[in-house]
Every structure is written in C-alpha cells, then in structure tokens.
Design a protein around this ligand. Sequence first.
Ligand code: EPZ
Length: 420
Amino acid sequence: MDTIVIEGGAALRGVVPVSGAKNAALPVFAATLLAPGRYLIENVPDLRDIRTIAALLVELGAAARLAAPGVWEVDTSGANHFEAPYDLVKTMRASCLVLGPLTARLGRARVSLPGGCAIGERPIDQHLKGLEALGASIAIEHGYVEAARSRRLTGARALMDLITVTGTMNVMMAATLAEGRTVIENAAREPEVAALADFLNAMGARVTGAGTPEIVIEGVDALRPANTRIIPDRIEAGTYMTAAAITGGEVTVEGIDPALVANITGKLHEIGCVIKEGAHGVTVGAPEVIRSVNVNTAPYPGFPTDMQAQIMALLAVGDGASVITETIFENRFMHVAELRRMGADIHVHGATATVRGVASLSGAPLMATDLRASASLVLAGLAAEGRTTISRVYHLDRGYERLEEKLRVLGARIQRDPGQ
Ligand code: EPZ
C-alpha cells in the first residue's frame, strides 16, 4: 500500500485548480440508469470511487469508459440487470444511489446493504421510506435490499425524518418517472442535490425547488440521455484553503464559485484568514494568529461535516481553546488519535472535541482511517516540524485527485512512496 511522506514547514503559495466533485459525479452516473442511451459526462475527477461506480454500471449491463481525460462516456442501453453486489457496494456506500433509478426504470433493484463504515452506522432507512412512499415494496433479505414495484411508481409526499443527501437524491431520481407529483419535504440542500436536479431536468425531468428544503417533482413517462459537466468540488477547495491557513501561506483556489464555499470561508475568516473572493475563485491568506473558534457541523448551508477533520488540524495549532461538535456522524473523530500523536491537545467527549492550540505539531508516522481524516493528517503534516509518513493513503485516493502533485506545485515537500 502506498505511503505519503511529508517534510513539514513550507508555506504554501500559488494557484490550485479545483477538480470536479466526487459527490456530484456519483449521483450523475447513477442517474444514467433512468434513460437508456449514450451520455458524455465532463469534468469527472480521476478517483477510485468514480471507477467503482463505473464498474457498478457495467455490472448492471451498461457500458462505461474514460473517453478522454476527465470525460466519461456511459451507455445504459444494455442496462437490464438489477443487482448491485456486496463486493462492489462494500467498497463504496454511494452505490446505494442506484436503488432509486433501478426501481423506477426496471421495476426492481437488489442492492447490498452498505453495512457500517468507519465514520458511523450510516443506515439507509430514509431512502427506503421514501421509495415506499412512491409505492415500491421493500424487503431486506440476506443483507440485501430488495425493492420492487408491480406497477408504475406514484407521486407522493415524502417527508424525510432527517436530512440525508443521498436519501434525497434517491427519492428525487425515482420520482422523475412516477405518475403524478412528488413533494420531498425536509430535503437536503447541498449544491450536489441541485446539480443532480439540473442534470435530471436536462434529461427531460420536471424538478423544481432543489437546493431548498422542499423539492417538487412532476413525474414524466420517460427521460432521455443528456450530456453534463460535473460541478467543482467544494470540499477539495476547502481543504486547500485550510492548507494555506495552516502553513502560513496564501493560496488561490481556482474554478470554484465563492458562494459554494461561503460556509467554509466564513469560518476561516472568523479564524483570522484573509479572504479575497473573485469571479472564479477564492484566495485565502493565512492569519497572523490562528484564532480559536467554535465549530458545529450541520447540513448545508451549515459548516460541512466533510471539513470538520481539516479545520480541527488548523485549530490544533491555534491560539486558545476551540470546541468542535460533530452533529452529522456518530464516529467522525478518528483523526483525533493520530493528531494527538503529533502533539495536538484534543479531548473528545461524545460528539464534542475540545481542541487546545499548541505552538507546533511534530511529524510522526500516521495511519489514515477515512477520507477526510486522511486529509486532516496531510494538513497537519504540512505544518508539523519534521517528517510525517501516512500509510493507507488509498483512503485519500477516494476523494482527492492528484493530491501530492497539486500540493507540490504550491511548494509542499510531499511525495508518495509506492507500496511494498
Ligand atoms: C453524503 O453522504 C456524502 N457522500 C458524505 O460525504 C457527506 O459526509 C454526507 O452526505 C453529509 O454531508 C456522498 O454524497 C456520496 P447522509 P450520505 O445520508 O448521503 C444518517 C465524503 O467524505 N442517515 O446525508 O451517506 C446518517 O447515518 C462523504 O465524501 C440515516 O440515519 O450522508 C448520517 O448520520 C463522507 N438514515 C446522517 O443521516 C438514512 O436513511 C447524514 O447522512 C440516511 C442517513
């Protein structure tokens, strides 16, 4: 397995391009199951999870290939299987996004339950409740979800008991082919949900209200293929902004709409960073003093849980005590133990971590545990004194395209040692 090696202490400076968003691309790939035909999807990041969802589409009978750098050609004309097998789903829980499209178009879906994951149990009960509201029958057998419909799905009111991003996406996709109107209440407002709605509408769907807590879908008899371009990755952008802050540098993150990252730049500004917003990017200058702040993660437009580990690394070398409360996932503090091995002063009490800033961190051998925790360790390593090695970097490869290359361009002393 590959290892990343970082010599800390370099202030990062320069411009970094933002890649397409993993969490916008995955639902778009799943949505191609709603209408047979050929699709061109541009600005797709080169990530392991993208290759996994493409493999799943092929497993379902579709064709999927990388036609050019960042451009995937998908053809779902032959997609007539309905089973997403455990060995694929266990590597990527977002595979459950095929549930809604398969049930709506083929009338049947058999998707392995994703099982637990490092950051929490992450059930999909709300996905299933929403599909049942549309008339699907749901059974759980031998670790699989069996969804079926004896007749066309029927539009309905789908109240989500809690805000779920992929749950909202699954119900929205299924509702596009239902008979009549569906209203999703307490819907997730993430930009990736709005981007998916734009793609569905380009396919001939009639979705309004995406990005608000209430999404209305007027069902249509059939959809047609469409081409699309994946929106930029706001979490990748936030990660590089935080890299500038923690190393005492100044980085311009290019190709991101500042409005998409306002919840992140707002917190960085509170910490003392100098933020300059442009038409197509944001420049973040490190603060004189990293001020301690409190952070509560929340569904969009709140502070993103996917940035919690990264901001914790920054606050670990802040001035004073910060309190971080993780309200979305029940076990998303796995980076704490590793940061403490670098000298961070962090104490966890249930869903809350108290971070007392230290003057500096010291490099150490670390182990990545999940995607965003790994990013936190990279940020800490960039700022630490001495050498940091991070093993199990395949976690990073799920969500960060060409990470070392992009950081090296900014002046980081970082390399990847291929696994033995
Ligand atoms: C999406 O996951 C993202 N993944 C996650 O990003 C992100 O952390 C999360 O949204 C929150 O923003 C993708 O979009 C592929 P949820 P998702 O359903 O949809 C509970 C990353 O780092 N819940 O919004 O799976 C759930 O357990 C990943 O890129 C239920 O209880 O998250 C969690 O505590 C990590 N029942 C909370 O809701 C359900 O049916 C939010 O989960 C669904 C969710």
